[in-house]
Design a protein around this ligand. Structure first.
Ligand code: PRX
Length: 636
């Protein structure tokens, strides 16, 4: 069966299709129905089936490969390297689970995980999965305000954190940010479990904070049986940015997610038990959840957990890891490749990467020059894949486990089985033809593995995702796309106010709110601007309460720095605007809407588009002046 037929089967008869995929995992109790779509757009998969993600990723491999590597931890930041076999990982997860039980965590309780890329993060995720607690991992690069918002939304019983992470050789303390976040939040977690890496001293709050090392010792021989969960119970929530300032808790199930990942490991990533998978993302993002933690281990592969950057100690480090661990499947982001592109290409061939069957790239557009550079330099197949936090696994790519559909530069490929992808006209909701731009939409039901809803907000789920295209109750990805005559899709950027900086998904509204918290700011607009390295960067335009505050260049520089620091402190350095420009008025429509698209166009040197509704055309001149390079000094 080729990919088109495979896809057709999944759409025409999802029940038989997914029943077959469901055999890829273990069920404690079989499901009685494959799909319940009686209340669209909500879909429930594998009704009454009982299973467990931790069992499928770890326990079930103990019989056949207890001593095979499961988790390979490498930190080029601290010089640590530790490999855990499936049996060892099983033990560590049980110890962590026992600690959680002692700290009062029960089935359905939330555990917030705010950790760097260390094995304890993986233990904590699996411990939650094992006992039926819901984890919510927050990216370590987020700061106190972001963390506080998530604490208030998730209301965790327990937070698992560490003294510090390290990036580029610099220690990044976590605990002060966590303490500040808990102080800011209305919800107060009962307990904090601290992993002390010995990187940074930190304050302990008596009665609340517990040391992981000591508790781990008291649970030496812990045996915590798997809690069997109904397929539709919640495995985790993961916050992601949208149009509004408030991040959404993407909520996922247990059984559907396990089946979707197992199927993707077979059909898309083609990973085999005993091999090694290396995904260089972070556990704080969806790629890390699906393809560092759950996917590879469900498939019986070893997974590499890498704390470090792609250029330290040198730009060959990723390939060195491939060589050392005979990695067969690798996953990274276009930004990482663009970073390497600035280095000596000889690094690409210094190590033996012949074990690598494919390098998968996702998270942001993969531009053709970068794709060609890495394909030529490495001599291995490069596979672009397009998806979202919401979907959990690829929407568009090629599936070399099904057929050998060739990849095409600039395109992430074709719709994957389970995804009824449609390109629709933004205003009419009609399907657009080939080579016409439309919104990438997916007809309900979303396949297994996708979000069930927005955590505690079914209404927001329906309103945000299924009500944006007129007359059609379809899921909107909020991405523009186009399909060529051969069925290959191309992604053309977001339709909303989400930007993508170095593969990190950020909401411009969150950055605007953060800037507006500064007393000097009257109003502001943040837009994403094309950047050759990071894909996009955030650029801010700020109207001050007192414009004379930046009359002098030195004052301007100081305030720009202060505003950037405000974003760093509240959201995290990942969200810091690359520049803050001061203007006295923002371009708006007569009804008061900021013309972000026009600002963005000017920043990218493009035509600002239709300006018939603009209130004050001079406002655009200020933006233009702010972003145009100063005239070259006359030569004497
Ligand atoms: O705009 C698309 C872009 O990243 C968004 C999703 O980001 P996130 O929720 O962080 O999930 C990333 C999972 C890989 C999408 O709406 N995006 C993701 N992959 C691609 C992409 N844009 C172009 N090409 C891709 N391969």
């Amino acid at each position: 069966m080729d990919l088109t037929a495979f896809h057709r089967w999944s759409i025409d008869d999802p029940e038989s299709f997914w029943a077959e995929q469901a055999a890829l995992i273990d069920w404690h109790q079989p499901f009685t129905r494959v799909l319940d779509h009686r209340h669209p757009p909500f879909a429930r998969w594998f009704i009454d089936g009982q299973t467990n993600l931790c069992h499928n990723a770890i326990d079930r491999h103990l019989a056949t490969q207890p001593d095979q590597p499961a988790l390979i931890f490498v930190s080029t930041e601290t010089g640590e390297e530790r490999t855990y076999s499936f049996a060892q990982l099983h033990r560590e997860v049980q110890r962590m689970a026992a600690i959680m039980l002692t700290l009062g965590v029960g089935r359905g309780d939330r555990v917030l995980i705010y950790l760097p890329m260390i094995p304890e993060a993986v233990f904590a995720m699996f411990a939650c999965a094992r006992i039926g607690a819901i984890h919510s991992v927050v990216f370590g690069g987020f700061a106190s305000h972001s963390l506080a918002t998530r604490i208030d939304d998730a209301e965790p019983v327990l937070v698992v954190s560490a003294d510090a992470g390290s990036r580029g050789g610099k220690v990044v303390p976590y605990k002060p940010l966590l303490d500040e976040a808990i102080a800011l939040a209305a919800h107060k977690p009962a307990a904090v479990l601290m992993v002390d890496r010995g990187l940074a001293a930190f304050d302990r709050v008596a009665g609340r904070d517990h040391g992981y090392a000591a508790l781990r010792e008291t649970h030496r021989e812990a045996q915590v049986p798997v809690t069997w969960l109904e397929s539709n119970e919640i495995s985790y929530t993961l916050y992601t940015s949208g149009t509004t300032g408030k991040p959404k808790g993407v909520q996922r199930d247990v059984g559907g997610y396990a089946v979707a990942l197992a199927a993707s490991m077979k059909h898309i990533f083609c990973g085999k038990p005993g091999e090694t998978y290396f995904c260089s993302s972070d556990i704080g993002w969806v790629v890390g959840h699906s393809y560092i933690v759950y996917g590879p281990l469900i498939a019986g592969m070893a997974t590499i957990l890498y704390e470090g950057t792609p250029v330290r100690p040198d730009a060959g480090i990723l390939w060195k890891l491939v060589e050392q661990h005979r990695v067969s499947v690798m996953f990274s982001a276009p930004t990482a490749i663009r970073v390497l592109k600035k280095q000596d290409p000889a690094y690409l061939t210094r190590h033996d990467t012949s074990s690598l069957r494919a390098l998968f790239l996702a998270g942001e557009p993969l531009d053709e020059p970068t794709a060609r550079w890495i394909a030529d330099g490495l001599g291995r197949p490069i596979i672009d894949n397009y998806w979202q936090t919401e979907t959990g696994w690829p929407i568009l790519t090629v599936a070399h486990g099904i057929d050998k559909t060739p990849t095409r530069f600039g395109s992430p490929g074709m719709p994957m089985y389970g995804f009824d992808v449609q390109l629709l006209h933004e205003q009419t909701g009609e399907a657009v033809g080939n080579n016409e731009k439309g919104v990438v939409a997916i007809a309900a039901p979303l396949p297994p593995g996708c979000l069930q809803t927005v955590w505690r907000d079914d209404e927001r789920f329906v309103k945000t995702y299924f009500s944006s295209i007129p007359g059609r109750q379809v899921y909107s990805t909020f991405d523009w796309g186009i399909r060529d005559d051969d069925g290959y899709y191309f992604i053309l950027g977001r339709t909303d106010d989400v930007i993508n900086v170095a593969g990190h998904r950020l909401g411009t509204r969150e950055i605007e709110e953060s800037l507006s918290s500064h007393a000097a700011v009257a109003e502001c607009a943040v837009v994403g601007v094309a950047d050759s390295l990071k894909g996009q960067v955030a650029m801010a335009f700020v109207v001050l309460r007192d414009a004379s505050a930046v009359d002098l260049p030195a004052e301007r520089l100081r305030l720009e720095g202060e505003l950037m620091a405000t974003v760093d402190r509240r959201l995290g350095a990942v969200a810091r605007p690359s520049r803050v420009h001061f203007v006295t008025v923002l371009p708006k429509t007569r009804s008061g809407k900021v013309l972000r698209r026009s600002i963005q166009a000017l920043c990218e040197g493009r035509d600002p588009g239709d300006l018939t509704t603009i209130e004050d055309p001079a406002a655009l001149d200020q933006v233009r002046a702010a972003v145009s390079p100063p005239p070259a000094a006359p030569r004497s």
